[in-house]
Structure formats: structure tokens, C-alpha cells
Design a protein around this ligand. Structure first.
Ligand code: SAM
Ligand code: PRE
Length: 246
């Protein structure tokens, strides 16, 4: 278990923009579990998707890997031989902890943890690419280029898992799911102050899209097959599959 997240429990005079720094990395497992409804289900089901999609001799990319939760789930479920997982994050605090975390467990499939910007990483010979709550932290103008690169780097029959916090075109539904997410945080022990301070810090940094925006962007990137496979309130995950060669 990681330390309990109490980062925003006292009033902060100058709320800056959100960063994935040392203090966030230290409490991250507790923070994400208590903040993202369905997180642990998504992590274990990414493993199931890996069992299905990862093919022999191919690579898996976990882009914005944080402490490597998705990477570990993938590694536990890979059935194929000769695969490699490349886990990438640009936060030194996350990468340092991720390396330690991954090395703590022994397994067949090698994992390379890279400290890099996902916009700069080459993607090749991939059977599975995971963007688990990462795309939302890229500037909107950079998102399509990343997805095009993912599409080009996937082998035929390969898949992208894209998990995000969603926005909604319908105001009534959007407000309901936003409120239910806040209820979820309160039920997990976060105070009004913690919820509102974190929300202001994320405001300029995490810009969310609707499911329709995601589907349209995935189509522009080349994916002809994409759909939601999981949703809880305003959080969810899409899978996009590259068609098999004819
Ligand atoms: C919400 S966390 C992802 C959680 C993680 N995928 C999991 O399943 O536990 C977002 C991560 O994306 C990383 N990130 C954001 N922008 C990035 C970029 N341009 N390049 C690499 N990593 C990035 C952050 O450092 C952070 O660790
Ligand atoms: O929207 C929120 O309130 C969140 O806490 C979301 C979110 C995310 O989706 O990545 C933001 C930052 C933390 O990494 C954990 C969760």
C-alpha cells in the first residue's frame, strides 16, 4: 500500500498548475484508486485485453505509465513468447518509482521503463498500446498526431486502449456524472476542500473530450473500429483495433 493522499487537505495559498511531482508520485496508488471510479477494474481488464491482443515477438507500449500498474497487469497476462513492454513517462519521480516497482516482481517478459515525452517516442511492431488516463494531459493540438503515430506503429490486428475522463455534450447528463464523481470522492474520504483545490489545479492542465470527440479523433488517426468497453460515471475506456491485412 502507498501512503494516503492528504496533499490538498490543508488550504493552499497559491494553487499552481497540476504536476506529477515527487509528492504526487509518493501517494499515487492511493490517489488514483480514490479518484478514478473503476480504476482497478480497468487495470485488471487491460490484462485481459493483453492476453487477447499481444502476439509473439511484438511490443507493448504503456504511454504515461506512472508507477507501472497497467504494465504489470499486461505482463501478468501475456501468453505469447518473445514480447517486450516499453513503459514511458516524462515524470522523473514516477519513472524512478516505476523502475523499482517493476523490478520487485520477476517475470518472463522484459520491461524497459523510459523517461521520455510520449510525443517523441517511436512506436513500432506494436500489438497493444495503452494510454490509461494520459491523453487528457496532452495539449489538444498534440493529441491527433500521437494517435496517428500509434496507428502507424500498430501491427494489423493490434489494439489501442484509451482510458479518459470524459466531458459530455448533454449538460444534464454531464452535470449528473460530474456530481456522482464528486460523491464517489467524498465517499472515499476526500473533503470539499481537497476536491476543489485539486479541481482548480487540474483546470488548465487536464482538458477532457467527449466520447464522440474521441471516436472522431480515432477515426481521423486511421482507426475504423473503436468503441467504449468500460464506463463508470464520467470515466471510461475505449478500445480501437487496427484491421487485419487483407
Ligand atoms: C493519470 S497518470 C496515468 C496513470 C497510469 N497510466 C496508470 O494506469 O496508473 C498520467 C501520467 O502521464 C504522464 N504524462 C503526462 N504527459 C506526458 C507526456 N507528454 N509524456 C510522457 N508522460 C506524460 C504523467 O507524468 C503521469 O504519470
Ligand atoms: O478529475 C479528477 O478529479 C481526478 O482526480 C482525475 C485524475 C485523472 O483522471 O488522471 C487526475 C489526476 C490524478 O492522476 C488522478 C486522477
Amino acid at each position: 500500500m502507498s501512503d494516503r493522499d492528504t496533499l490538498f487537505s490543508a488550504p493552499i495559498a497559491q494553487l499552481g498548475d497540476w504536476t506529477f511531482d515527487e509528492r504526487v508520485a509518493e501517494v499515487f496508488p492511493d490517489m488514483i484508486q480514490r479518484s478514478v471510479p473503476g480504476y482497478s477494474n480497468i487495470i485488471s481488464m487491460i490484462g485481459m485485453l493483453a492476453g487477447r491482443f499481444v502476439s509473439a515477438g511484438s511490443q507493448v507500449y504503456d504511454l504515461g505509465c506512472s508507477l507501472g500498474a497497467a504494465t504489470l497487469s499486461v505482463r501478468r497476462n501475456i501468453q505469447a513468447e518473445g514480447c517486450r513492454i516499453i513503459a514511458v513517462d516524462n515524470s522523473p519521480a514516477m519513472v524512478e518509482r516505476c523502475r523499482r516497482h517493476i523490478d520487485a516482481f520477476r517475470a518472463q517478459t522484459p520491461v524497459e521503463v523510459r523517461e521520455a515525452d510520449i510525443r517523441e517516442v517511436t512506436i513500432e511492431n506494436a500489438s497493444l498500446v495503452v494510454l490509461n488516463f494520459t491523453l487528457q494531459f496532452l495539449q489538444p493540438d498534440d493529441r491527433l498526431a500521437l494517435l496517428k503515430k500509434v496507428y502507424a506503429g500498430l501491427n494489423p490486428g493490434g489494439a489501442l486502449v484509451l482510458s479518459e475522463k470524459f466531458s459530455f455534450a448533454d449538460q444534464t447528463v454531464g452535470e449528473l456524472l460530474f456530481d456522482m464523481h464528486h460523491d464517489f470522492k467524498r465517499a472515499n474520504g476526500y473533503s470539499e476542500l481537497e476536491i476543489s483545490q485539486k479541481r482548480s489545479m487540474l483546470e488548465n492542465v487536464m482538458l477532457t473530450d467527449s466520447v464522440d470527440d474521441h471516436k472522431a479523433r480515432l477515426a481521423s488517426a486511421g482507426f475504423h473500429h473503436a468503441g467504449v468497453w468500460f464506463q463508470c460515471f464520467n470515466f471510461g475506456s475505449l478500445v480501437a483495433v487496427k484491421e487485419n491485412a487483407k
